[in-house]
Design a protein around this ligand. Structure first.
Ligand code: HEM
Ligand code: HEM
Length: 305
């Protein structure tokens, strides 16, 4: 914030871009306050949930005159009801997210509401049940498990969404689409095959098929050298003792094969990262969908059966 206002104070007439920039910065800080507001409200709600449960456990429903905190006490019903409200609030992100015309800041705020209140929804459901999982009736216990799976998949997705893009940019020279990665891998495989066809000596084939691939590690292993591919190739070449185990006239071709194999290994890892970025979402959405009819079934069974 201060960085953006400082140039305005020094220069009497700021260029138009400076005005634009400061406007953007202000918006960003506005959004940060929205985020903090969402987490603050979620924290207050979580404190109220724990407070209500403690009231039930240590005051209102204490045995012998009560049965301890349960789903069918007054506080149990209140927590169950709150869980449903939170489910609706959190699920609204999905609706807003799908709208084409919307403000970015608004979406980010909804995302924060989604994360913060999603966690509270997990806490409220657990405390609504008693907490009771193993001793709960199987249908209700399984419902709670599915619910916790929904929350856990969301948390996993958030962690993946933060960690994976950072790692991806550390091994990507340029932003690649999954299809580009596939094409590149196919081209590399073809090149290695052609080089092997042209050099069918046992020592060379063994080097290309076994020795070199075994020496190539996960990109994370190379630390900061990951982005300097020639260093990685040199390391593999030295570790496999390529210069000593292969005749001199094969060195250049063998180094080219190492280059292709290193590149392929890195592309493999990129594929895995791209997959991780997408794979959790269907699980999260499927559990969201599953929990809706299950919630109805839960309410019907606890009342009617
Ligand atoms: C995501 C939401 C919910 C989850 C995960 C959940 C889960 C559970 C679990 C695990 C139990 C313990 C069952 C047992 O001890 O056998 C329970 C009990 C109960 N729940 Fe829920 N519940 C939810 C929402 C609701 C709602 C909205 C209501 C009511 C309107 C409700 C009403 C009850 C009642 C009455 C019981 C006591 C049943 C008994 O002891 O037989 N629940 N719930
Ligand atoms: C009641 C609990 C929850 C429900 C019903 C729920 C539902 C959903 C749905 C339906 C989506 C898909 C949105 C879309 O693409 O249209 C979604 C996305 C997502 N959820 Fe949840 N969620 C819950 C809890 C959580 C929690 C606790 C977290 C993490 C702390 C979380 C993190 C995420 C993330 C990161 C996305 C992807 C957002 C994006 O890429 O746009 N969710 N959730």
């Amino acid at each position: 914030m201060t960085a953006s206002t400082a140039p305005l104070a020094v220069a009497p007439r700021p260029p138009p871009t400076a005005k634009k920039l400061s406007g953007k910065t202000l918006k960003a800080s506005e959004t940060r306050w929205d985020k903090r507001g969402a987490w603050f409200l979620a924290f207050v709600t979580a404190a109220a949930v724990v407070g209500l449960w403690a009231l039930s456990a240590y005051q209102i429903d204490v045995p012998p005159h009560g049965r301890g905190p349960q789903g069918d006490t007054v506080i149990g019903y209140a927590l169950g009801f709150l869980t449903v409200v939170l489910y609706l609030v959190v699920g609204m992100y999905s609706l807003r997210h799908r709208r084409r015309v919307q403000k970015n800041a608004m979406t980010r705020t909804w995302m924060e509401v989604h994360l913060a209140f999603g966690l509270v929804a997990g806490l409220a459901a657990v405390l609504h049940s008693g907490p009771r999982l193993l001793s709960a009736a199987p249908l209700h216990g399984a419902f709670l498990l599915a619910w916790l799976g929904l929350i856990a998949s969301g948390v996993a997705g958030k962690v993946i969404g933060v960690v994976v893009p950072r790692r991806l940019t550390r091994i990507e020279d340029e932003a690649l689409l999954v299809e580009d990665v596939n094409d590149r891998q196919a081209a590399l495989r073809k090149e290695v095959e052609e080089l092997l066809q042209a050099n069918l000596e046992d020592a060379f084939v063994d080097y290309a098929n076994n020795v070199a691939p075994r020496a190539i590690r996960n990109p994370q292993h190379y630390g900061r050298r990951r982005l300097r591919r020639p260093d990685v190739i040199e390391e593999v070449w030295n570790e496999t003792n390529g210069a000593a185990v292969l005749p001199a006239d094969k060195h250049e071709t063998a180094r080219r094969i190492v280059t292709c194999l290193v590149e392929e290994r890195f592309l493999d890892q990129m594929q895995r990262y791209h997959w991780a970025l997408r794979a959790w979402i269907p699980v999260h959405v499927a559990l969201t969908t599953l929990c809706f009819p299950w919630l109805i079934i839960h309410m019907i069974t606890v009342f009617l059966l």
